[in-house]
Design a protein around this ligand. Structure first.
Ligand code: HEM
Length: 152
């Protein structure tokens, strides 16, 4: 059994890694779509899948797992709100971000920059923005719970 203190440290680290990963994928995608060549877009799409998803997927899973474990000893509206956001973050990740990243990588590497590529790319950016927002709210409420940020 690991202690609450250690679990909280793990939760903090993986939560920050997961949020920064999505922020990095989002920013690099916007920059390369606006000013990069097709080859550069394909490189970014490839890096988002590997090593990107290889880091993001476990980081989100461990964030959720440690979060729910911590919540056994904490209660209140901040915890409840964090709990409600997590299934949306997970579903958004697994059902939209993950398949979108894989399809976009395949299409970009074969040079298929057609309408479907840009529809899925737009969808990915929207889902990424939703997750970034929800994860930022979970960080804010987490820091309030741990007392690092003033409670409202
Ligand atoms: C992507 C989702 C999440 C992010 C980004 C996130 C982020 C954070 C952060 C940054 C902290 C502060 C840790 C510290 O200052 O040491 C925290 C604390 C906490 N989180 Fe999360 N969290 C997420 C999901 C969850 C979930 C699903 C739960 C379950 C309800 C949860 C429950 C908690 C609790 C109870 C604390 C307070 C620990 C304490 O100080 O006693 N988190 N979270």
């Amino acid at each position: 059994m690991i202690s609450y203190h250690t679990e909280r440290k793990i939760h903090l680290s993986v939560a920050v890694i997961a949020t920064l990963s999505i922020a990095t994928f989002f920013t690099s995608t916007v920059i390369v779509e606006l000013s990069g060549s097709h080859e550069q877009i394909a490189t970014v799409k490839r890096l988002i899948v590997m090593p990107g998803l290889f880091i993001l997927v476990p980081a989100i899973a461990i964030t959720g797992g440690t979060g729910f474990a911590l919540s056994k000893q904490r209660s209140g509206s901040l915890v409840d709100r964090k709990k409600k956001r997590m299934p949306i973050i997970g579903a958004n990740g697994l059902l939209i971000l993950l398949p979108a990243a894989i399809f976009l990588d395949q299409w970009a590497s074969s040079g298929s920059f057609d309408v479907k590529f840009y529809i899925v790319q737009t969808l990915e950016l929207l889902a990424g923005a939703v997750n970034l927002t929800l994860m930022s709210m979970n960080i804010r409420d987490g820091l309030r719970l741990s007392g690092r940020l003033n409670k409202m």
